[in-house]
Design a protein around this ligand. Structure first.
Ligand code: C2O
Length: 481
């Protein structure tokens, strides 16, 4: 465990570690208490009610009925499909944690209480399920347990875990951001203010989005921006995403954006007496006095001081160049339903496939304009180069990655100044292409892309949604860089 820098007052701990000591460990019991207090305030014009706090992230309430102190960008404000995704959610967690600490302090609870994180670890199957305190309708003293939420996927409520393949931590890009929506990044593309934007960073896609739909199922709170904050596990899920950002930053060669569009961005949270503004430059160091926390097991990363807590897996990738070039695309839309979809794309690099065909440094497969007015909540696996007739599941070496339907319906509608062009999901398949080349199996003139649905988290529920779903990929593009 790395040395924690001086300013750290609180340690965010692993909820499963605590649960194994005691399912109602004091840190968990105090969380339940504070969440219950937030929930008892049902007046949404109180900025310290759970609903008002969750509405910052998203709300179904018509703006005409918002409290007068709430400005047009104060609710439905979560930043997604953007390089602001990680800093915005870090601020939001800190805002929430500060409110909870106020409640715990007022009840004379532990002064060093901090939000735990949910580390769903594919190598430790028990951790894929919700901890026991989140699955019991009653507290040990018989009262209603605020950590229990009936609006979750059936399998989750029954104690099954999220599928391990949805939380794999492989293939992290070395770059945090990029100007192009087609270049895979760790933290999301350079954008302006972005609620229902388009292209997501790797961490936002997996495990983040996958866990949302696995826990929320077809109708649960976790499946939609507008209700996610009402489930107490949302905050522990995001603490884990925030922790994974800290781990990524500790890998040599990785760095946050230096552009002022990122470092000088600020966001407001809450309204009235509970209003607070955070600036990105103030939150990048979690040990700075304003933040004052560290994650159990992760060295505090102090920007500028050099990282180095973790080793890089494999080689660092060459940096992407400018805007990658489209070298092939599917014809027409690709509908996505309960059955796998496969498309063979003709690839024609500029300069041809012949002599001058210098191999590209990067090959990307990009699902463009993924859109739906209704869709079942599930995750999809994307493979490249699976021979016709083979089951993609038998080819883990050809897996480009996974994505979920989280946010797709919102991204399809036009909102405020956002156009509603659907999602852009990009995968770096350079490693797969190299492997196929080495094995003499690479065919440069075409690429077969397979998109395979996982069973929805609620297999029995709302089968009708499969019939009304109009989830589609507008186009699958192959890009060279
Ligand atoms: Cu703003 Cu996990 O969502």
């Amino acid at each position: 465990m790395g040395g924690f820098a001086g300013g750290v007052a609180r340690t965010r701990q692993d909820i499963w570690g605590l649960s194994r000591i005691d399912p109602w460990h004091p840190t968990i019991a105090w969380y339940e208490y504070a969440f219950r207090v937030l929930r008892t305030t049902t007046d949404v014009s109180d900025p310290l009610s759970l609903e008002a706090i969750a509405n910052i992230h998203g709300t179904n309430l018509d703006p005409a009925s918002w409290p007068s102190e709430v400005g047009p960008q104060d609710w439905n404000a979560c930043q997604h499909f953007s390089w602001y995704f990680l800093p915005w959610h870090r601020m939001y967690l800190h805002y929430y944690e500060t409110i909870l600490r106020g409640i715990i302090d007022a009840a004379e609870g532990p002064g060093d209480w901090a939000l735990p994180f949910w580390n769903y670890d594919a190598l430790d199957p028990q951790t894929l399920a919700l901890p026991p305190a989140f699955l019991q309708p009653q507290r040990p003293d018989g009262g209603d347990n605020a950590l229990y939420v009936a609006e979750r996927a059936d399998a989750i409520l029954q104690g099954f875990g999220v599928p391990e393949w949805d939380v794999e931590l492989t293939g992290w890009p070395d770059i945090f951001t990029h100007a192009s929506l087609f270049v895979p990044t760790f933290g999301g593309p350079m954008t302006g203010w972005s609620h229902f934007g388009s292209a997501m960073g790797h961490l936002e896609r997996e495990p983040h989005g996958n866990v949302h739909v696995d826990v929320g199922g077809d109708f649960g709170f976790m499946s939609a921006f507008e209700t996610a904050g009402l489930d107490p596990i949302f905050w522990l899920h995001h603490a884990n995403i925030d922790r994974l950002w800290e781990i990524w930053r500790n890998i040599p060669g990785h760095a946050d954006p230096q552009e002022t569009g990122w470092t000088t961005a600020g966001f407001d949270f809450g309204f009235g007496h509970a209003r607070r503004t955070y600036w990105v430059s103030d939150i990048v160091d979690t040990s700075a006095s304003q933040m004052g926390y560290a994650y159990e097991g992760v060295p505090v990363f102090v920007p500028g001081a050099g990282g180095g807590g973790f080793a890089l897996e494999g080689e660092q990738q060459p940096a992407p160049r400018g805007e990658p070039r489209l070298v092939g695309a599917s014809e027409g839309e690709v509908p996505l339903g309960p059955d796998p979809a496969a498309v063979t794309i003709g690839v024609e690099p500029p300069g041809g496939l012949g002599l001058d065909a210098a191999p590209p440094e990067h090959v990307y497969v990009v699902l463009q304009n993924v859109h739906a007015s209704t869709a079942r909540n599930r995750t999809y696996a994307v493979h490249v180069g699976v021979p016709e007739g083979d089951d993609p599941a038998g080819h883990p070496e050809l897996l480009a990655g996974r994505f979920s339907t989280f946010g797709v319906v919102g991204a399809t509608q036009a909102h405020r100044e956002e156009a509603g062009g659907g999602l852009t999901v990009s995968f770096d398949v350079t490693g797969i292409v190299r492997r196929l080349e080495d094995e003499g199996r690479w065919q440069p003139e075409s690429m077969r892309v397979t998109v395979t649905p996982a069973p929805p988290p609620d297999p029995e529920k709302a089968l009708a949604l499969d019939e009304t779903s109009d989830l589609r990929i507008g186009q699958i593009g192959v890009f060279y860089d």
